[in-house]
Ligand binder design. Sequence first.
Ligand code: PLP
Length: 440
Amino acid sequence: MTREELAFEYSELLAEYEQIKAEGLSLDMSRGKPCKEQLDLSDGILTVIKSGDECVNNFGTDMRNYGLPIGVPAARKLFAELCGVEFDNVFLGGNASLELMYDTIARAELFGVAPDTTPWCKCDKVKFLCPAPGYDRHFRICEVFGIEMIPVEMREDGPDMDTIERLVAEDESIKGIWCVPKHSNPTGTIYSDEVVRRFAALKPAAKDFRIFWDNAYMVHDLYDEVPELLNIFSLTQGTENEDLVYMFTSTSKITYAGSGISAFITSDNNMKYALKHIGAQIISYDKLNQFRHAVFFKDADGIRAHMKKHAELLRPRFEAVLDAFEQELAGREMATWTKPTGGYFISLDLCVGSAKRVYELCLDAGMKLTEAGSTFPYGNDPKDANLRIAPSYPPLHELKQAAQVLCLCVRLATMEKLLTQSGFFNSISKISLKLIQDAE
Ligand code: PLP
């Protein structure tokens, strides 16, 4: 485009934008929350147990009472089956896997990761590798514990393994890495078999290095044919890396995001050590909720069938946003985006230096997005280019509108940038100045 063509298109987009602003919209694509219809799918949980007598399991344990700090056996069995791990390696927590991750780091800071290791708080420096773009709440945990974060580039098949292997082998202060191996937040990446194998075979300099394998989206496929994730836990068991992996998951995006159940899966050694400390912290988590989840689903196939119903609700939402991107942004060299086969997010990459501006334009037009920068450690996206789009929550008609507003803001911000680079705004202000001077 010539500068004049750019300026013409810019003025048209600006007029459209002002019109939308005047509508006083209230749209939200900021957080990955299930929509109401998704929550409704699990309402059987509310009535699956009808009396106190039904709260007693086959071994005579009453779920309403203290006991079973490691979790309800039927629910542990469910997760063991779903994750392809041994029953003994499954611990069940409360309603949030994030709490289990936070607590695992807190224990490592206070007591070390095993009996013969130094508490991280006594180490001069503790660093974590952070594949980015990644999950902001992982980064926040590191921040509150003063753990230094090193971003690692996310690629199509997972994080850059050459860099990870090199860094963990040469730096003993690197104690951990965050991974969301299936339908990563926000890119939707599924780690390839090679990436998972390389993780399982890592040779870290720090013997207290751990992989934080957050499998939050393990059964959250949008389509029938989605590649399987290799089981890192089986790959490491019985090897010298047996204690390398802390795996986390939950039913937050399966049943209720505020009232699901969470799981921590790890080796026999790690489990024994964690239980020693957890045993001092709590007598038992909410067993009644764990129990009714197990009764509601019966087995792993019950969960898989349930997730197909979620996919029916989520697929049109993802496709509405992707269709809008295709229609409004494709071929304009303004943006690229991921096309996830599951999970909760789409990752949108804009021209360098545009993400904050698009975020602001959207906000001014009445639409909330996850803040620009938040997909990177310290909220610092070095290219200021990435935005995380969450299509799950708004009703479809609102989502379609939101996607249009977003595309408009992307186009507007890109035009603004091009016109600024071409010196157009400077000449405009010079002309305005001249006009004012002339008038005076
Ligand atoms: N892990 C990832 C990757 C997530 O995207 C989320 C929520 O968006 C969570 C964990 C939070 O899980 P929970 O509700 O079990 O704490």
